[in-house]
Structure formats: C-alpha cells, structure tokens
Design a protein around this ligand. Sequence first.
Ligand SMILES: Cc1cc2nc3c(=O)[nH]c(=O)nc-3n(C[C@H](O)[C@H](O)[C@H](O)COP(=O)(O)OP(=O)(O)OC[C@H]3O[C@@H](n4cnc5c(N)ncnc54)[C@H](O)[C@@H]3O)c2cc1C
Length: 309
Amino acid sequence: MKQECDVAIIGGGPAGISALIWCYSLGLRGVLLEQAPQLGGQLMELFHQVVDYPGLPSQNGMALRDSLVSHLRELELSPLLSSPIKDLSLSKREIAVGTDSLSATAIVIATGARKRRLDIPGESALEGKGVSFSATRDHDAFKGKRVCVVGGGDSAVEGSLTLAKVCESVTLILRSDAPRARREWLDGVSRDNRISVRTNTVVTRILGESTVTGITIRNSKTGEEESLETDGVFIRVGITPNSEPFHDQLALDREGYIQADQKQRTRIPMVYAAGDICRPRCFSVATAVGQAAIAVKDIAENLKSASLK
Ligand SMILES: Cc1cc2nc3c(=O)[nH]c(=O)nc-3n(C[C@H](O)[C@H](O)[C@H](O)COP(=O)(O)OP(=O)(O)OC[C@H]3O[C@@H](n4cnc5c(N)ncnc54)[C@H](O)[C@@H]3O)c2cc1C
C-alpha cells in the first residue's frame, strides 16, 4: 500500500515523539516510523532518576517515556511500531517499510544513538551473565564481587563509583592514559581504595562459560598481554549513531553523526535531522525535543510559503 503524508519521522525516541506532536500542533500530517516494538529509544535504558527534563522530573527513563506516550494518546496520535526502514530515497522522500511505501513532503530523521560495544569475543555470549551495560541497573547483583569497568568517560567513572559502594573491588580500565570525566567524580575515584585504575589498556576477550570469570587485556604501550580474574564486566564506552541507513545519501561526520544546520536541515532539501543523531552540543532529552520542534516549524514555514507562491 502507498501512503502519503506531509512529514515522515524516522525514529520514536524523544526527538521523534516531539516531531509528531509538533506536526499535530502545526496542522501537518505526520507519520512516525519506529523500528522497535515500543517507543522511547534510549529512555528505555535510563535507569536513574531524570531530574533535568523541565516540568516532568521522572523516576527513570521509562516513566518519562510513559508520560510522552500518554501525551500522544491524548492527541490520538498513533506511531507505527515495529516498522524498520527497508529502503529509502531521501532526495525523492520515499520510504519502503515492509511491503508498504510512504511518500512524504519532508523527512525528519530522529534515529538517535545506541550504546557502543567492544565487539570482542565473549561480549555478546556473556551479556546478562556478568557482562552489563548499566551499573545503575545491575550493581546489586554484584554485591561483594570483583568487577571491571571499561571506559574512561563520565558514565564509566560514575559507574565505578556506584559499583564501589557494593563491590569488593572495581578495576577501571582505560584505553588512554587518563580518564576524561568530571573533576568531582575523578576525585571520588582517587579517594576510594576499592577502585584501581589501569591505563593504556585494551580488553581483548571476556572469559567464562556460563558466567564471566575473567578478561584478557593488552597493554597498548608495551603490547604485553595478561589475564585478570573478575566476576563482572561493565562496558561504558560511549554511544554510536544509528545512521547506517543514510550513509550513502547524507553528509556524516567522522563518527557517523548527521550534519545539520541551525534549523536542523541536512544538505538534502526538506530532509531534517534532530536529536542525538546529529551530535548535539548537549546529548539530552531536552535538546532532542527542542531540535525536533525547530525542524517541524521550519518544514511548516516552507510548506506555507510554497503554497502562497
Ligand atoms: C544511560 C543513559 C543515561 C542518560 N541520562 C540522561 C538524563 O539524565 N537526562 C537527559 O536529558 N538525557 C539523558 N540521556 C540522553 C537521552 O536519553 C538522549 O539524549 C535522548 O534519548 C535522545 O533522543 P533521540 O530521540 O534523539 O534518540 P533515541 O532516544 O536514541 O531514539 C531513537 C529512536 O530511533 C529508533 N530508530 C533507530 N534507527 C531506526 C530506523 N532505521 N528505523 C526506525 N526507527 C529507528 C530507535 O529504535 C529509537 O527508538 C541518557 C542516555 C543514556 C544512554
């Protein structure tokens, strides 16, 4: 079946949801495509309190997601779930979804980002069996145990502090020679004698059969390899953009983020990008919903001036 709409929105995280609401309020017919069976994007992996989204402080990401979804319900807006893109032409603004196709006057790309993985042996096989991507969610399961945290940014360092409250020991493993995290958290790490730091170190393998028993590491300066016993591996090595479907059609930066201007326009006319997919200065829910509003507002103005010509 072929469907037509004013704005096709790809991605149902905070940016996509905001874009759909703004389409409603500006009188545009928006269609939101989300590849997952539920809306929310990264909010579904946010297990701490959200204190920085104005007006809706929430217990965790899922609670904030529920508020956004009930807003959509109040407006009787129904996104299309489990609808990954099969094929798309941004210049023609045509999208194939399953056996259907969608033809739009404008597109808002709001596909966000996902946690980066190490892509090493043992990582996938032992996920949930000692390999974790969230200290906030999983720290209780590691009470009294020895764990390693991989990464050197804010989330790895904050995760180490959370784990040190309950674990016997925490080894923070950094690829570089110094962590790049907030000063107060780094001070916390140096004061905590349960946390040790290994610099210039790359994890090459996660060991274990039914549960994690250790890791192998390589010193990137000397090349020396060794094994380390551990009961858990927390991976916090940042995020990576979900830009694969657009690689051959759009300008991306070195890390694969989409480049957009201040009105969220990409280089293709009537194709916009909003939220984490365009590497905002501040990766946050507030930024994502704000950028989506800017994009849809510009689309509405373009359509209005085109209809006046
Ligand atoms: C652990 C963690 C803690 C955080 N804490 C905070 C915080 O306290 N406060 C705060 O403001 N922000 C926080 N953030 C950041 C915030 O979650 C993100 O900035 C925000 O979710 C970005 O929204 P988005 O809509 O741009 O992208 P996302 O939330 O990534 O949503 C993108 C959506 O697009 C979908 N998608 C991807 N590809 C396709 C495709 N091809 N077709 C269809 N759909 C697709 C995905 O399934 C996803 O649902 C945190 C993030 C993480 C991971």
